[in-house]
Design a binder for this molecule. Structure first.
Ligand code: GLN
Ligand code: ZN
Length: 778
C-alpha cells in the first residue's frame, strides 16, 4: 500500500459495516421465456395489454423473491423491460422522437413498441450493440430542439411494487452521461451535433425522477455509467464531473450509487470518486481489474459505499471464491462500506444452470448462470461479514470444481496443446505475397473483370426450417434431411448459373447459424438446452459454450461444398466462420487467454481449409463479421487484440497454395479505425457492407492504401427493396473511382438468409446485369 492509500484506509469509517450482496440487474425473460411469449402474443393481438402487464409483474415478483430467498436484501428495480432499458430511459426523459409522438400519445404501450419496431409508416429507432456485449439497445435520437420532460411512472411503479412485496429496493437507471453519449443526432440534425451538449437540459429531468423515487421510498438509486469505462475526452470527463456535482448537490434526493462496468473507469474514476455522491460500483473482473490500482491511486472512497463487482456478470463460469475474497479483503480499507455484486447486470447470462440436464455433470459444476452467480455473490458477502469458516463447505466445493476443471481431459488435450505450441510465424503467413497469388489465381480461375459473387447464404425458407425441426423431432431421418438439403443446393446453384454469377456458393441451407453449426462439429464446444440470453427485444440466442481445448474430429463442410461443385463448372466458394467470430458469439473459457483459444479454433479451421483445398475448392471464404465488435472498449487493449485476432485468421487460412483464393467478409460500414488490421488479414478478397453508406467504404479503404481485392456491397440486404440496375451501376462506377477495376468485386452487403426468394432472384439478376454493363465501359 502506498502512503496515500494507507491514509485512505485509515480515513474509512471506524466500525466497518457488514458486507451486503446485491445485483445490478437480472434476466427478464423468465424460466420459460414467458416474457417473449407475452410480448409477441400482444403484437399478434392474442394477449391483451392487461395480460402482458400481469405477466411482466409476475416475472418481476418472481425475480425479486428469488433474489431475496438467495440472500439479496436490496433488490434492483427498474432494470426490467418489455423491450429495452435504454428505450425505457428515452421514455423516462421524454425524448420520444417526433415521428413517434402521435403513436405514443394515442397509446403509450403501442407507441413504445412502435419506437422499438417501427410501423408501416414510421421507421423504428436504430438498434446497436450495448458496448462490447451481444445485447442491442435502441439508440436515442436527439437534437438541439430536444426538450426533455420527466416521466417517472415506470421507475416509481416498479419500486412501489417491490416495496409492497416487502423488499428493500434500489432503482437502477441509465445515468445521464451515458444516456447522452449513447445517443445520436436525430434525422435532419447535423451529423456533428453532440448530444452531450444537452446535459444541462437533461439534469433537471433526472433531478425530478430522483425526487419522485425518493418520495416513492427509495433509499438508494443506482445510476449506470458504463460509457465512462470507455476512453473519454477531457470535455466529456468534465461534463461527467458537472453532472455528478449537480445531482449530488440536490437536496431532495436518495443516496446515489454511480455504477460502471465492462472495463476500468480510468480517468473517470477520480471524477466519480470526488463527486458529492454516496457510492460507486466498480467492475473488478478481467481487464477491469485495473480498477483496484486506480482506486488506490485516487485515494479510495473514504466514508462511501463501494459495490465491488467480483463475480463476472457476462460469462458463465463459476467464480474463484478464494480469489474474490482476497480481492474484497484488499478493498476493505478503501471505503466506508464494501458490498459485493456481479460485475454488471446478469442480463448477459442465462437464467439457471441447474436446469441443464444434458450437460455432463462433471462440466455442469463449472457453470454459473444468473441464479448461481447470485448464490456466489451472497456467499462472498457472507464470508466477508461472518468469516470464511461460515462458508467453508462452499469454498471446499468451489476449489474442487475449479480443480476438476483445470485437470479435465476437456480443458487439457495434449495433442491440441502441442500443436498450438509448435506454431511458427510461417504458419500464419501465406507463402507468396499478394501480387504473386493474384496472378496465380487469375490463371486458375479465369474470371472476368468485376467478378460477381454473393456472401454465402441464400434464403432460409420455411421448408428448410421445418425440415430441421422435423429432423430434431425424429419425424425426418438424416437421409431424408440430406435429400432436402441437396435439393436446395441444386436449386441455389442452378439459379446462380443461370443468373450468370461468376463465383458461386452452395447457399448454406444446412446451417442453422454460422457459429452454432461449427460449434456442434468441433470438440471443445458444448451446447445448452435452455441457455437463452436476450439479444434484443424478444430475440433471444443460445450461445454455445467454448469450454475446452478445440479440435476438429472430422471435416465439417467438405461434403456439401464438393456436392455443390459437382453441379457446375464455375467455381463454388467454400464457406467457413472465422476464429474471432467463433469466439465473439459464444461464451468463451476464462481459464486461458482468449488469444490461445482463438489459436486453437484457428488450427481446427486450418484443417478444414486444407481439406477444402484438397477437395478441389479454388475459393474459400472465412467470415469475420465480429472482428470489430470485440474490439476492446479502451484503446489500450486494442493493439494486442488486433494482433492475435488477425494472426488467428492468417493461421486458419495461411495453409493454402498461391492459386487458392481466400475471401473474407465483414458486415459493418464503419471500420476506419481498423483498416490496417483488415489489411493484416491478408485475404485475397474482402467483401464489406457499403450500399447504405454509398460506397464510402471503398473510398476509405482506398485512402488507407488497402492493397488487395475488395467487394464493397452494392445491394442492401437489410431491406426487402430490390435495387434497380442503374442504381447498382452507379454504385459500381463510384467504387471504380476508388478501387482499380482489376481489384474490384461485385456482391451484396451480406448473406441473403433473411430475404425472400422473389426479391433475391430479381436483385441478383440486376446485379449481374449492372456488372456486365459497367465491364463494357472499362
Ligand atoms: N456467410 C454468411 C452468410 O452469408 C455471413 C453472415 C454474416 O456476415 N453475418 O450468411
Ligand atoms: Zn455480413
Amino acid at each position: 500500500m502506498t502512503a496515500k492509500t494507507a491514509a485512505a484506509a485509515s480515513n474509512a469509517s471506524k466500525t466497518p459495516r457488514p458486507t451486503a450482496p446485491t445485483v445490478h440487474g437480472y434476466p427478464r425473460q423468465g424460466p420459460g421465456r414467458e416474457l417473449k411469449k407475452a410480448v409477441e402474443g400482444y403484437w399478434k393481438g392474442r394477449v391483451t395489454a392487461g395480460a402482458l402487464r400481469e405477466t411482466a409483474a409476475r416475472l418481476r415478483r418472481e425475480n425479486w423473491r428469488q433474489l431475496r430467498e438467495t440472500g439479496v436484501h436490496e433488490v434492483p428495480t427498474g432494470d426490467f423491460s418489455l423491450y429495452d432499458h435504454v428505450l425505457d430511459t428515452t421514455v423516462m426523459v421524454g425524448a420520444v422522437p417526433e415521428r413517434h409522438r402521435a403513436a405514443v400519445e394515442q397509446d403509450p404501450l403501442d407507441g413504445y413498441f412502435a419506437m422499438a419496431r417501427g410501423t408501416q409508416d414510421v421507421a423504428p429507432l436504430e438498434m446497436t450493440k450495448w458496448f462490447d456485449t451481444n445485447y442491442h439497445y435502441l439508440v436515442p435520437e436527439l437534437g438541439p430542439g430536444t426538450r426533455f420532460a420527466a416521466d417517472s411512472a415506470k421507475q416509481t411503479g416498479e419500486l412501489s411494487e417491490a416495496i409492497a412485496q416487502g423488499h428493500e429496493a434500489r432503482p437502477v437507471l441509465v445515468g445521464p452521461v451515458t444516456y447522452l453519449l449513447l445517443a445520436k443526432p436525430a434525422p435532419g440534425v447535423p451529423e456533428d451535433f453532440e448530444p452531450l451538449t444537452l446535459l444541462e437540459r437533461l439534469l433537471p429531468v433526472y433531478a425530478e425522477v430522483l425526487a419522485d423515487l425518493r418520495a416513492a421510498g427509495a433509499g438508494w438509486v443506482q445510476l449506470d455509467e458504463p460509457a465512462l469505462a470507455q476512453d473519454r475526452t477531457p470535455d466529456e470527463l468534465s461534463a461527467a464531473a458537472r453532472a455528478y456535482r449537480e445531482l449530488g448537490e440536490l437536496t431532495d434526493r436518495p443516496r446515489l450509487l454511480a455504477a460502471s462496468y465492462f472495463d476500468r473507469l480510468g480517468d473517470a474514476l477520480p471524477v466519480l470518486a470526488k463527486a458529492p455522491i454516496e457510492g460507486l460500483a466498480l467492475d473488478f473482473t478481467g481487464r477491469a481489474a485495473a480498477n483496484l490500482e486506480d482506486l488506490a491511486r485516487a485515494g479510495g472512497l473514504p466514508g462511501k459505499r463501494l459495490v465491488a463487482g467480483v463475480v463476472d456478470g457476462r460469462n458463465i463460469w463459476i467464480n474463484d471464491l478464494k480469489k474474490s475474497l482476497a480481492t474484497l479483503a484488499s478493498l476493505l480499507g478503501f471505503a466506508g462500506r464494501v458490498d459485493v455484486a456481479p460485475s454488471c447486470s446478469l442480463l448477459h447470462v442465462p437464467l439457471n444452470a441447474a436446469v441443464e440436464r444434458d450437460i455432463d455433470p462433471q462440466i455442469a459444476r463449472w457453470l454459473a448462470f444468473a441464479r448461481q452467480k447470485t448464490e456466489e455473490t451472497v456467499a462472498l458477502a457472507k464470508g466477508m461479514s461472518e468469516g470464511t469458516d461460515v462458508i467453508a463447505g462452499l469454498l471446499h466445493a468451489n476449489s474442487a470444481a475449479l480443480a476438476s476443471r483445470s485437470s479435465a481431459a476437456l480443458t487439457r488435450d495434449p495433442a491440441v496443446r502441442a500443436r498450438s505450441e509448435a506454431v511458427t510465424g510461417d504458419d500464419s503467413r501465406r507463402a507468396q505475397p499478394y501480387p504473386e497469388r493474384a496472378a496465380a489465381q487469375r490463371a486458375r480461375l479465369g474470371l472476368p473483370p468485376l467478378p460477381t459473387t454473393t456472401i454465402g447464404s441464400f434464403p432460409q425458407t420455411g421448408e428448410l426450417r421445418s425440415a430441421r425441426a422435423d429432423l430434431r423431432a425424429g419425424r425426418l431421418d438424416a437421409d431424408g434431411y440430406g435429400k432436402r438439403i441437396a435439393a436446395e443446393i441444386r436449386d441455389v446453384v442452378a439459379f446462380q448459373d443461370q443468373a450468370g454469377l461468376d463465383v458461386l456458393v452452395h447457399g448454406e441451407p444446412e446451417r442453422n447459424d454460422m457459429v452454432q453449426y461449427f460449434a456442434e462439429r468441433l470438440s471443445g464446444y458444448i451446447a445448452t438446452r435452455h441457455g437463452w440470453v436476450q439479444s434484443y427485444g424478444t430475440r433471444y440466442v443460445r450461445p454455445p459454450i467454448l469450454a475446452g481445448d478445440v479440435s476438429r474430429p472430422a471435416p465439417m463442410t467438405v461434403e456439401w461444398t464438393r456436392y455443390a461443385q459437382s453441379l457446375t463448372d464455375r467455381p463454388v466458394k467454400g464457406m467457413l466462420t472465422g476464429p474471432v467470430t467463433m469466439l465473439a458469439w459464444s461464451f468463451v473459457r476464462d481459464d486461458q487467454p482468449r488469444a490461445e483459444t482463438a489459436r486453437q479454433v484457428a488450427l481446427a479451421l486450418r484443417d478444414e481449409v486444407a481439406d477444402l483445398e484438397d477437395a478441389g475448392t479454388a475459393v474459400i471464404q472465412v467470415d469475420e463479421p465480429a472482428l470489430r465488435e470485440t474490439l476492446p472498449l479502451r484503446a489500450e487493449g486494442r493493439t494486442e487484440y488486433l494482433a492475435w485476432a488477425t494472426e488467428a485468421f492468417r493461421l486458419a487460412t495461411g495453409v493454402v497454395r498461391a492459386d487458392t483464393q481466400i475471401h473474407t467478409h465483414m458486415c459493418y460500414a464503419e471500420f476506419g479505425d481498423i483498416v490496417s488490421a483488415i489489411a493484416d488479414l491478408d485475404a485475397d478478397v474482402i467483401s464489406l457492407e457499403a450500399a447504405r453508406s454509398h460506397m464510402q467504404v471503398a473510398d476509405e479503404l482506398a485512402a488507407a492504401g488497402y492493397p488487395n481485392e475488395v467487394g464493397p456491397g452494392v445491394y442492401d440486404i437489410h431491406s426487402p427493396r430490390v435495387p434497380d440496375v442503374h442504381e447498382i451501376e452507379s454504385l459500381l462506377r463510384k467504387a471504380l473511382g476508388a478501387v482499380p477495376s482489376e481489384r474490384l468485386w461485385v456482391n451484396p452487403d451480406c448473406g441473403l438468409k433473411t430475404r425472400g426468394w422473389p426479391e433475391v432472384r430479381e436483385a441478383l439478376e440486376h446485379m449481374t446485369r449492372a456488372a456486365r454493363t459497367v465491364r463494357r465501359e472499362l
